[in-house]
Every structure is written in C-alpha cells, then in structure tokens.
Design a binder for this molecule. Structure first.
Ligand code: ATP
Ligand code: LTN
Length: 327
C-alpha cells in the first residue's frame, strides 16, 4: 500500500514558479511513490475577496496547470474542494476543537492581515481549520508543500491528536514534506519576501503562463546587489534566489554553476537564467494550450475527481459525526 498524499493550491491570482518549484513539481516527481490527491482549494481562495467570473476561470486554469505539469488524472485524483461538501462540514467540527490561541500564532494570518488594508475576514483567520479538514478527511500521511505551510500542517497534527485523545483513534497524523531546495522562492523585486500570488507588483513573480518577453523582462529587472561574484551566498538574497532558480531548472550542482559563471557579470547570469526558465516552462505551456483546446476536458477530469474523492471524505465525516454524537 502506498502512502496517501494530499496537497492543494488556492486558485487566487496567477500560479508562479514558487508554486511550481516548491509544490507542483515535487508532486509530479514523486507521483508514482504515493497514492495522491491534488486539490484546487477554492474555498480557501474566498478567504480574501474574489471576483466570481475570475475565480471560476482561475479554478479551470490552475487545474489545467496541474495536468500540464504532469499530474496524471489516471494516477492521481484531481478535484475542486467546494465540489466535496465534507470539507466545509469537517472544518466546522474541527473549529470546535481548535483553541483560539493556536490560530493566533499562525504567521501566515499575521502577515496577510497586516498587509490587507480592507477588512480581514473570519475565514482568513480560520483558514488552517479548513486546511486541516482537507488533510484529515483522506487519512493523509504526507503533505508536500513549501516551507510557508509547515506551521499549518503542525496545527493539523495538533488538532488531530487532540480529537483522537478525546474520542479515540479517528484521524491519521500527517507529516509535511518540504523540498530541500526551492521550498521558498523569493520575489524578484524584493528577494527578502516570499514569491506570492497575492503580491501584485509587476516584477514580483514569474507566472507559469508568462510569455517569453515577459519572463526575460522580469528577470532582467530583478533586484540584485552591488557586488560582483556569482556565488551561492545566503547573505546576498537577490543573487542567491536567482541562482537557486537556475539550479532547480538546470539540475546542475552548485559547484558547476559557480564555475560556469566565474568571471562573468550579473547581466550574463540574468540572460542565461531567462533562457533556462523559458525552456523549463516551455513543455508545460505547450501542454497547457493543448489541454485547454478542448473546453470540456478539464471539467470532465474535475467532475470525475470529485466523484472519486467524495466517498472517501464522507466515510471520515460520518465516523467523526458519530464520535462526536452529532445527528
Ligand atoms: P498567496 O500568497 O495568495 O497565499 P501563494 O503564492 O503563497 O498564494 P499558495 O496557494 O499559498 O500560493 O501556495 C501553494 C503551494 O505553493 C504551497 O505548497 C506553498 O507552500 C507553495 N509555495 C507558494 N509560494 C512559494 C514560494 N515562493 N516558494 C516555494 N513554494 C511556494
Ligand atoms: N494553505 C495551502 C493550500 C492548501 C493545502 C491544503 C495544502 C489548502 N489545503 C491541504 C496542502 C494540504 C497553501 O498553500 N496556501
């Protein structure tokens, strides 16, 4: 029996190379090692305000990107979170077992609420309870995510343990799986902040569907420093981030990369990095265009995915309700 994997991405903004290198590419690489469920977490998307027409389109776009990146719907379940109502139901129940103090410690909430000028929703605060429900519904053992989600997986473990200690063994305790390199790709405009879909500055992120010209332009304008050496030095975040992206797209060793750029300037690095990223994304972009040429294909994959996920989720939900004494 393979271990169960569950992971997801919110269909907010444009998917970027941080999502790809930190999450999607890892899922694809280890697709055969696990029994996978990959979700498009649209209920998480509405924790911040969304335009309905755009949200609907982004759900299909992100699904298409999962498939174009190599997620095979025959080997992995791909579905949209809101199509399986057990996610919302279990999130409510788990809410009742999560002390407010745990939620208040979540750094993602603190950062997101600090940045937002408009009102912060209760949903944004409660985001980790819904994520815990996603994971716990499917007896998940492994949650492959970027570095920023580690704390949410910890909270998931804590609430699962708490529930189990009150009601007896109900949930399996999951673990996060975080890549050694690429778990935290930084913004090109500001290499001290994580590349993020909700950051709207034009030069911030390389999006997976960006054109050749846009990718080149963003990399050429990336923030660096006033030094010269092209070496992996964590204390120089701009150059370090560009080199990590280069490393991940080429698969070359750090030693070889440093030797390759020895004596060259930042302009040479940026030019070559642009080419490497463009070539690295080309197969995904081509496949994306092929897949989306048939407008019904993605919806059929999603509907089949939800049909496969639903019975598993309902089984867990029924057990939980019984344990709690509901109904
Ligand atoms: P938002 O800022 O709107 O929350 P995001 O760009 O951070 O969005 P998420 O939907 O939160 O993206 O993340 C989806 C997956 O991609 C998660 O596994 C997350 O850890 C990973 N991820 C997101 N940003 C990065 C990044 N900069 N580097 C590596 N992994 C990332
Ligand atoms: N919060 C995650 C997205 C997410 C997720 C999940 C990831 C929602 N539910 C379950 C793994 C497992 C994020 O990346 N922002």
């Amino acid at each position: 029996m393979k271990k169960r994997v569950f992971s997801g991405i919110a269909p907010t903004g444009d998917a970027h190379i941080g999502n790809y290198l930190g999450a999607i590419r890892q899922w694809v690489k280890r697709q055969d090692d696990f029994d996978n469920i990959f979700c498009i977490v649209d209920l998480h998307a509405i924790t911040v305000s969304q335009d309905p027409t755009i949200l609907k389109a982004k759900i299909r776009e992100l699904s298409g990107l999962y498939l174009a990146a190599g997620i095979d719907p025959k080997r992995s379940i791909v579905f949209v979170q809101s199509q399986v109502s057990a996610h919302s139901e279990l999130a409510w129940i788990l809410n009742c077992f999560i002390p407010v103090g745990w939620m208040q410690r979540m750094t993602q909430f603190k950062e997101k609420s600090r940045k937002r000028k408009e009102q912060v929703s209760t949903g944004l605060f409660d985001y980790p309870a819904l994520m815990a429900a996603d994971i716990l519904l499917y007896d998940t053992e492994v949650v492959p995510v970027g570095d920023d989600q580690k704390q949410h997986v910890e909270l998931t473990r804590d609430v699962a343990q708490r529930f189990n200690s009150i009601y007896g063994q109900t949930f399996r305790i999951p673990e996060s799986l975080i890549p050694e390199v690429g778990a935290r790709i930084m913004g090109l405009d500001d290499p001290t902040t994580k590349m993020s879909a909700s950051e709207t500055a034009v030069g911030h992120a390389i999006n997976l569907l960006d054109s050749v010209e846009v990718i080149q332009g963003k990399i050429l304008r990336a923030t660096t420093d006033s030094q010269r050496d092209i070496v992996f030095d964590g204390s120089r975040p701009g150059i370090y981030n560009l080199l990590v992206i280069y490393e991940l797209f080429t698969g070359k060793s750090r030693k070889d990369i440093e030797a390759h750029f020895d004596g060259q300037g930042y302009a040479a690095l940026k030019k070559e990095l642009g080419e490497v990223v463009i070539e690295g994304l080309r197969p995904l972009q081509t496949r994306y265009r092929e897949l989306t040429a048939d407008p019904t294909y993605i919806d059929s994959v999603l509907s089949e995915g939800a049909d496969r996920a639903r019975p598993q989720a309902e089984k867990t939900l029924t057990l939980v309700k019984e344990r709690v004494g509901l109904g």
